[in-house]
Design a protein around this ligand. Structure first.
Ligand code: MN
Ligand code: MN
Length: 255
């Protein structure tokens, strides 16, 4: 009988670092969460809950253990309460993964963590485009007195990438000024994934960062989120949309 060390990974993500092409890591940070905090526990919870699932996906006809090479790097040691330091840690870690030719797959954490990873990925891929699924536009220039917040994260990503690089889907919440700013600088597709196929054709061969805020789901499906909004998409709508995006050249991703 072989005895193993008790190291918990996401189910089926047990490849060695050197053999892996995807590296999953947790970014347990929720210092700017404006309503319900708790996303700092998300990645750890996903790890333990994953043991109730199968490694095989009948939707994809792929098995996590047999058909993929994913290394679970565990949780980043973040300075809760120190936003700049936290973003720097995420940036440094993503940069190292990219240098080692791994695809960074981050699990938040509040949505601000995306900025740290996008910054590293955009340095390696200057032609980076972002596909963003969310209930919220996250395009404010500042929120509650800070330019670095879960509510401003896509505006900060725009600072890095410029106009026409960010494609948002199923957005159903934002303030008037924020959404009007978005009309000039990003592509915001409201309420559903109706325009996703067109975008996927446009972005063929482009390097893509894919960021999914799970509050894009309807709260009746997924109530455990920091800022729930009624009127979201169903599990199957999200699954099909994610499978469509996965046909693109994804060079970084987070949830
Ligand atoms: Mn968000
Ligand atoms: Mn959101």
């Amino acid at each position: 009988m072989k005895l193993n060390k008790n190291i918990e990974t996401i189910l089926g993500c047990e490849k060695e670092y050197t053999d892996a092409d995807i590296v999953i890591f947790g970014a347990p940070f929720d210092s700017t969460a404006s309503y319900r905090p708790g996303t700092r526990f998300a990645s750890k919870t996903m790890r333990s809950e994953s043991y109730n699932m199968e490694t095989y996906s009948p939707y994809l006809e792929l098995d996590l253990e047999e058909d993929t090479a994913v290394f679970d790097a565990g949780e980043l040691d973040l300075s809760l309460g120190n936003t700049p330091k936290t973003l720097e840690t995420i940036y440094d870690f993503s940069k190292k993964l990219l240098e080692d030719k791994k695809l960074p797959f981050m699990i938040g954490g509040e949505h601000l963590v995306t900025y740290g990873s996008v910054k590293a990925v955009a340095e390696k891929y200057p032609d980076l485009h972002i596909i963003h699924f969310d209930a919220h536009a996250d395009l404010r220039d500042e929120f509650l007195g800070t330019p670095f917040s879960h509510a401003t994260v896509l505006h900060r990503c725009h600072d890095l990438l410029g106009d026409g690089r960010i494609f948002q889907f199923a957005i159903r919440s934002g303030e008037k000024a924020e959404l009007n700013w978005g009309k000039k600088h990003v592509f915001t597709h409201m309420f559903d994934f109706a325009n996703l196929d067109k975008t996927i054709k446009e972005l063929e061969n482009k390097p893509i960062y894919f960021t999914v805020d799970l509050d894009v789901l309807d709260p009746a499906v997924f109530p455990g989120t920091g800022t729930p909004e009624a009127g979201g998409v169903s599990f199957n709508e999200l699954r099909l949309a994610m499978q469509a995006v996965a046909t693109l050249n994804i060079v970084g991703t987070d949830m």
